[in-house]
Design a protein around this ligand. Structure first.
Ligand code: ADP
Ligand code: MG
Length: 343
């Protein structure tokens, strides 16, 4: 005879689902920095201020002069899978924005207190929204400049285990500066500032990429950068490499961007290192800030929630192209002897 059975599966309430999912997107204050800066960029901002307190543990605030949000959108923005950036499945293969997953703000709202102040250009008043535990606490009109200010306060106030897992302020600040640097390098046409505990650490005027690199990575680089610029029908690369003299013993300043998105790729690092191989000591790492532009449907950026790992449709072609482009620049700038020109 069949035993009495009891159904035990329940669909989790949104706030719990959000809190679980948040772990993948928001690991530390720097993760919020990345997401919020990217949202400001997607909103078309030309000026972006990042304000942090206590290495982001108390406050991460991004203030932009982008297009702002309507009241309904501002409320909806905190919900999971709520996005203005994709509508249909095909859009996933044509992504031109930094965001598209509609997860960041929902994740932040699940593990921190949130304050949004936003106003659209055609509105007289803005809207203020406060939320905690994924629930709206306050929603009222307010005076605000056009654009959006998004504050994440007291990260992990409701997840003590995660809060305790955060590193020292010095370490968390380093992570924040790293994310800030990646985004600021990719958008030299946007003004950025970073203010930490009331002190302005970076003030990056709009300008050419080279100036931005020097501002962020060191004034010693001013005369040490070699430009890279190559293209085929399929792919193009531009940016700068450091002369062999500025290579370092640590893998510090190596930046690869694919369609303006910072990525980590041991494979591409290897391609660049190969081009430098005769020019720097074996245990040294060359400096570079390189941008690859390729048809979005040739790459899959949806491999990981933070979108830092991507898959190329044809990795080998890209490897060879990058390596040849770097060699080409080294030879053209007479850093490398032309005899060494080989693929
Ligand atoms: P995604 O960026 O993947 O769409 P988010 O959770 O980061 O998801 O944001 C949700 C939505 O909120 C965005 O699609 C956008 O419409 C809106 N939004 C977020 N930040 C801003 C901002 N700074 N300015 C204007 N709209 C924003
Ligand atoms: Mg986003």
């Amino acid at each position: 005879k069949r035993k009495n059975h009891v159904d035990i599966i329940k669909k989790l309430p949104d706030n719990i689902a959000n809190q679980i999912a948040a772990g993948e997107v928001i690991q530390r204050p720097a993760s919020a920095v990345k997401e919020l800066l990217e949202n400001a960029i997607d909103a078309g901002a030309t000026q972006i201020h990042l304000v942090i307190q206590d290495a982001g543990k108390a406050l991460v605030q991004v203030i932009d002069n982008g297009k702002g949000m309507s009241e309904t959108d501002a409320i909806l923005s905190l919900q999971r899978h709520a996005t203005s950036k994709i509508k249909k499945i095909e859009d996933l293969f044509e992504i031109k924005t930094m965001g598209f997953r509609g997860e960041a703000l929902a994740s932040i709202a699940a593990v921190a207190e949130v304050e949004i102040k936003t106003r659209q250009g055609d509105q007289e008043l803005g809207i203020l929204i406060e939320a905690a535990h994924s629930a709206i606490q306050k929603q009222e009109p307010c005076a605000a400049p056009v654009g959006t200010s998004f504050s994440m306060k007291n990260l992990f106030f409701n997840v003590p285990a995660r809060r305790n897992f955060l590193k020292s302020n010095a370490a968390e600040l380093r992570h924040i500066i790293e994310e800030f640097t990646r985004v600021a390098l990719a958008f030299p046409e946007i003004f950025f500032s970073l203010t930490s505990n009331g002190q302005e650490m970076f003030h990056l005027d709009q300008g050419p990429l080279k100036a931005r690199i020097v501002q962020l990575l060191g004034s010693n680089l001013k005369s040490q950068l070699v430009s890279v610029n190559d293209e085929t029908d399929y792919i193009n690369i531009h940016g700068f490499i450091g002369k062999p003299e500025v290579s370092k013993k640590t893998r510090g300043d190596q930046y690869f961007f694919v369609n303006n998105r910072f990525i980590k790729s041991a494979y591409l690092n290897h391609a660049v290192a190969g081009a430098f191989s005769e020019l720097i000591p074996k245990d040294n790492y060359p400096l570079y800030v390189l941008f690859i532009d390729i048809d979005p449907n040739q790459v899959d950026i949806n491999v990981h929630p933070t979108k830092q790992e991507i898959k190329f449709e044809d990795e080998k072609i890209i490897y060879a192209f990058v390596r040849a482009a770097i060699k080409h620049s080294l030879v053209q700038s007479s850093v490398a002897p032309s005899l060494d020109f080989s693929l």
